[in-house]
Design a protein around this ligand. Structure first.
Ligand code: SAH
Length: 377
C-alpha cells in the first residue's frame, strides 16, 4: 500500500484499511479500539475534522492532529444529469483529476469509481485510452471518491443508503493497481467502513489473467470481465491486452475463478458497436464462449457511447435487440445496460478527467507490461 505523506510528514488516514489503521494507532501508542472509533467517524459520519470526534479524548485528538489528517480528493466539478446521474471531477495530487459517477435507480444507487489516472491498456473504443496513462491512484484517492460522493449525496448511516453498490468501472484498469484497489474495496465492505456486501462491490477488468487468480485468492468481490468479442482477432483489435492474454487463457482463468468460488458468477461486459461486433456470427461466438464456462454467468450488453474523434458508432436498436434475443434464446442470461448520464458525458467509456505528463509514463507502463512485471506483482 502506498501511503500518502504530506510535506508536513502527516499521514492520510484514508490510506489505511482497518488493520492498517490499527497498526498506525499502535505506533502512536494507542489501543486498537481507538482506531475503530476514529474509523467510524470517518466512514459512518463522514467526518474529516478530528475536533468534531466528540467521543475521542482531547489528548488523543491533539496527537492525531500532529501525526495525520483525513484527506479526501478536492471536488473540482459537480454535475447532475437530467436522469439523476451525478458526476464529480475530483482533483488528485500532482494536478491530475479523475471522474466518479453516481447512477441512481429505483432499487439501488451505483457509484462508478476510478482506479488510475488515465489508462495504459489502449482499448480502441474507450475515451480514457485517448488520454494515456499517468499513475495509479492511492488507496486514499480510491476510497476518497466514495467518501466524497457519499458526503455530497448525504449518505446517512442506518437510513436508506444512497450508495448501495460500487463498481470499479471508472477510469483505469483496477487489477494493475492491485494493492490499493484491494485495500479500498476492503474499506467499502468493512462494517466500520461503508459496510457494503461483497457482491455489491464489483471489480471490472479487461482480462489480466494472472491478476484474476490473485484476486480470487484474497477477495470475494464480484468480478466483471470486459470481453467485447469472443474471437481473438477482433478482440485483439478492440482490447490490445488480448494479444498477451488471449481468449482461451482468459476463459481458463474465469473457470478457475468460478471453481474457487462456487456460488459466484462472472459478468461479461460486451460493448455493442455498429457493424463491428454486433452481427449474428458474433452472438454465436459469444454463446459458444459462455457455454464452455461452468456456472450461471451473465452478459451485460452496453450500447457503445460515442466520444469526439472515435471511429466507432453505437449499434442500432434493431441490432441490439436481435443480439440480445439471440443470446436469450440460447439461454444465456443477458442484460442490456441502459445508457445513463450521457448528457453530461458520464456514460461508460466517456470518462476523461485530466491527465498530466502522460507520454513518459505511458512509455514506462508499456515497458513494464512487456517485461511481465504484472506476472510478478
Ligand atoms: N479497465 C476496466 C474498467 C474500466 S471500463 C475494464 O476494462 O473492464 C468499464 C467498462 O466500460 C468496460 O467494460 C469498458 O470496456 C466499457 N467501455 C469503455 N469504453 C466504452 C464506450 N465508449 N462505450 C461503452 N462502453 C465502454
Amino acid at each position: 500500500m502506498s501511503i500518502d505523506v504530506t510535506d508536513q510528514g502527516k499521514v492520510n488516514l484514508l490510506d489505511f484499511d482497518r488493520q492498517g489503521l490499527r497498526d498506525f494507532f499502535a505506533q502512536l501508542g494507542e489501543k486498537p479500539y481507538r482506531a475503530e472509533q476514529v474509523m467510524k467517524w470517518i466512514y459512518h459520519h463522514l467526518e474529516s475534522d478530528f475536533g468534531n470526534m466528540t467521543d475521542v479524548g482531547k489528548a488523543l485528538r491533539a496527537k492525531l492532529e500532529e501525526a495525520c489528517y483525513i484527506g479526501p480528493p478536492n471536488t473540482l466539478l459537480d454535475k447532475a444529469a437530467i436522469d439523476g446521474t451525478h458526476k464529480w471531477l475530483l482533483g488528485m495530487d500532482g494536478g491530475n483529476a479523475v471522474e466518479t459517477v453516481y447512477i441512481p435507480e429505483p432499487t439501488r444507487g451505483t457509484l462508478c469509481v476510478s482506479s488510475q489516472v488515465g489508462c495504459g491498456l489502449n482499448c480502441s473504443f474507450c475515451s480514457t485510452a485517448t488520454q494515456g496513462f499517468n499513475r495509479n491512484l492511492s488507496t486514499a484517492e480510491i476510497i476518497g471518491q466514495v467518501w466524497v460522493a457519499a458526503r455530497h449525496l448525504g449518505n446517512v448511516p442506518h437510513q436508506q443508503r444512497r450508495i448501495t453498490n460500487v463498481v470499479m468501472m471508472g477510469m483505469g484498469e483496477p487489477l494493475l493497481n492491485f494493492d490499493n484497489v484491494v485495500a479500498a474495496m476492503s474499506l467499502m465492505r468493512d462494517d466500520l467502513g461503508f459496510g457494503l456486501a461483497s457482491k455489491r462491490v464489483t471489480l471490472s477488468t479487461a482480462g489480466l489473467v494472472p491478476m484474476i487468480d490473485k484476486l480470487s485468492a484474497v477477495s470475494d468481490v464480484s468480478l466483471a470481465v470486459s470481453l467485447h468479442a469472443a474471437n481473438d482477432e477482433l478482440r485483439t483489435e478492440l482490447v490490445p491486452l488480448n494479444k498477451r492474454y488471449p481468449i482461451a487463457e482468459l476463459a481458463a482463468a474465469c473457470e478457475r475463478y468460478i471453481a474457487r468460488k462456487p456460488r459466484t458468477h462472472i459478468t461479461f461486459e460486451y460493448t455493442l458497436m455498429k457493424g463491428v461486433n454486433d452481427q449474428p456470427e458474433h452472438a454465436r461466438q459469444l454463446i459458444k464462449f459462455m457455454r464452455r464456462l461452468p456456472g450461471h454467468n451473465k452478459v451485460n450488453l452496453i450500447p457503445f457511447n460515442p466520444f469526439p474523434g472515435t471511429r466507432f458508432e453505437r449499434s442500432g436498436p434493431d441490432a441490439i435487440h436481435d443480439f440480445q434475443t439471440q443470446l436469450l434464446s440460447a439461454n444465456v442470461l443477458t442484460m442490456l445496460r441502459r445508457t445513463r448520464g450521457d448528457d453530461i458525458d458520464a456514460a461508460c467509456g466517456q470518462l476523461k478527467g485530466q491527465v498530466l505528463d502522460r507520454t513518459r509514463r505511458q512509455a514506462e507502463f508499456r515497458k513494464r507490461l512487456e517485461d511481465g512485471v504484472n506476472h510478478a506483482a
